[in-house]
Design a binder for this molecule. Structure first.
Ligand SMILES: *[C@@H]1O[C@H](CO)[C@@H](O)[C@H](O)[C@H]1NC(C)=O
Ligand SMILES: *[C@@H]1O[C@H](CO)[C@@H](O)[C@H](O)[C@H]1NC(C)=O
Ligand SMILES: *[C@@H]1O[C@H](CO)[C@@H](O)[C@H](O)[C@H]1NC(C)=O
Length: 359
């Protein structure tokens, strides 16, 4: 920088688009008045100030990866990482497993990942980060496996169930899924308060458009129908939006588009404390005639309202459970305690099995 200053004292590199052409250097010698020197000096001084002041500042304030000397460049790399890039990086056999996670849920993400690693499906997991801290953290430990689809939702409010922030956060889900379908991939979505006990892909029989599980607790016969169940008390079905498998078909895309439409038609209100699940159910019901839907078996994919509340049933269906969902309970600590009580909180003793390691 200083060498440059000494060699070209009369030249303003910042205002000259083509400093090496003979014509412009002739111009600069004939016409450039004295204040251009001052402008150049000021500009260079500002540059030095920026380099001297902002770079150290950016380094020390970066809470995400202070250990890496190239932190700012790798951070901006992940900032620019797009969903199409990430999808093509993680997809195996045309299939991706996604979840959407904000920073407070990282322990649940890790727990879920351990259970997926045990079924050897972790390579195709893509974490849709809902804040930059999550994006950087996951990619620092496991490069390429997290992407952020801007704009990031407000992270302070996004994780309080029933809040408007939570609704905003969940309503991004069908958009992400639709985008992945448009790119031509099969996609499995999971909430991260789930644990895999077996390989769910073995249960995705046939070539239906959309696969899902019921969130209703009443016990069904083992050979129950795979059709969309009849509507319940609220005039709609109670399918869980926590576990969805979609093939990149027109039918699956139609359901995602309808889901987005339903979310817009029934926006969040304080009174209703909505989440995105009712809209998903309306979308399924309204497209059922045009789309090939498939209800997964209850014994393999039970709601938390059944698995955690009926020991007799759990005993009767032992060995048949595939994914356990820790729902029908509110609050972080309660969920963790319940997972612990049932031997499903794997992060304490088995963090080394997660591609993220111990967080
Ligand atoms: C790849 O996908 C096809 C079709 O979905 C499936 O039949 C096959 O088992 C998959 N192969 C692997 C290695 O996952
Ligand atoms: C939710 O989204 C709406 C509309 O985009 C926005 O006006 C509102 O500020 C958001 N609220 C929160 C808490 O994120
Ligand atoms: C619990 O499961 C058993 C065995 O399937 C069933 O007979 C019983 O009705 C269930 N209890 C409730 C409260 O659903």
């Amino acid at each position: 920088m200083s060498q440059f200053l000494h060699q070209r004292p009369l030249h303003n590199p910042l205002s000259d688009p083509d400093p090496l052409s003979p014509r412009s250097s002739a111009n600069s010698q004939r016409h450039i008045p004295i204040f251009f020197n001052r402008t150049a000096l000021l500009a260079l001084l500002s540059l030095l100030l920026i380099l001297g002041v902002f770079f150290p500042w950016a380094r020390t304030s970066s809470v995400f990866s202070p250990s890496q000397s190239s932190s700012s460049s790798s951070l901006s790399k992940w900032r620019r990482y797009t969903l199409p890039e990430a999808a093509s990086f993680v997809a195996k056999n045309g299939t991706i497993i996604v979840c959407a996670v904000s920073h407070p849920y990282l322990p649940f993400l890790n727990n879920w990942l351990i259970s997926i690693s045990r079924q050897k499906h972790q390579d195709k997991v893509l974490v849709i980060a809902e804040d930059y801290a999550t994006l950087y953290k996951v990619n620092e430990r496991w490069p390429g496996h997290a992407v952020l689809v801007p704009p990031a939702p407000d992270s302070q409010t996004a994780h309080k169930f029933g809040s408007q922030g939570f609704f905003n956060f969940t309503s991004r889900r069908p958009r992400h899924l639709l985008q992945i379908l448009e790119l031509g991939y099969n996609v499995m979505y999971n909430d991260v308060d789930m644990v895999w006990l077996a390989d769910p892909f073995a249960y995705l029989e046939g070539s239906h458009d959309v696969y899902f599980m019921d969130d209703m607790a009443p016990i069904k016969p083992l050979d129950h129908s795979h059709d969309l169940p009849p509507p319940g008390k609220k005039g709609r079905t109670y399918i869980c939006s926590c576990m969805i498998f979609l093939r990149p078909t027109d039918g699956a895309k139609l359901v995602m588009k309808k889901w987005i439409e339903e979310l817009q038609a029934q926006p969040w209100s304080k009174a209703k404390k909505a989440n995105d699940q009712p809209a998903f159910n309306w979308a399924l019901m309204k497209t059922a005639g045009q789309v090939d839907l498939y209800l997964l078996p209850q014994a393999a994919f039970p709601t938390g309202g059944l698995y955690f509340k009926n020991k007799t049933w759990v005993e009767e269906t032992k060995g048949k459970h595939v994914i356990i969902h820790n729902n029908y309970i509110l609050g972080f600590e309660k969920k963790i305690k319940r997972f612990r009580d049932y031997g499903l909180w794997l992060v304490d003793d088995h963090a080394n099995e997660s591609p993220l390691g111990k967080l």
